[in-house]
Design a protein around this ligand. Structure first.
Ligand code: 5GP
Ligand code: ZN
Length: 109
């Protein structure tokens, strides 16, 4: 979608090193991280808000990629959070998961 920063990243108009990429999903570090690992996991298709998501396929793919990245970044058992800001809480109106960690007591173990 014109003017959408994540759509620009998806077509590489804004070059970005991807942590993960396939035909439907991309993942890259948040520009303004709030923890040692702060990764955005994003469908390439422009879905403006969680409430606009009508198919399970995208959500299922986001889950699989999130689990893969948790393992790859050693966050399994280390405390992490997966967040979707929605309904106007989000800054970028293109659906994305935040994967944030390590967090909590498990982070210190
Ligand atoms: P939300 O929409 O869920 O509030 O968060 C959007 C997130 O995208 C923010 O944490 C912000 O730092 C991040 N962000 C915004 N623009 C860019 C960008 O151009 N590149 C990257 N890597 N992250 C971005
Ligand atoms: Zn978009």
């Amino acid at each position: 979608m014109k003017g959408c920063i994540f759509c620009k990243i998806a077509v590489r108009k804004t070059p970005k090193k991807f942590i993960y990429e396939d035909d439907e999903i991309m993942a890259f570090p948040d520009i303004n991280p709030i923890a040692p690992v702060h990764i955005l996991i994003v469908p390439k298709k422009h879905v403006p808000d969680f409430m606009d998501l009508e198919e399970d396929k995208i959500f299922s793919k986001l889950r699989k990629v999130a689990q893969k990245i948790v393992k790859k970044h050693g966050l399994e058992g280390k405390g992490f959070r997966i967040t979707i800001n929605a309904g106007g809480a989000q800054i970028v109106d293109h659906l994305h998961l935040h994967l944030i960690g390590p967090l909590g007591k498990a982070a210190k173990m």
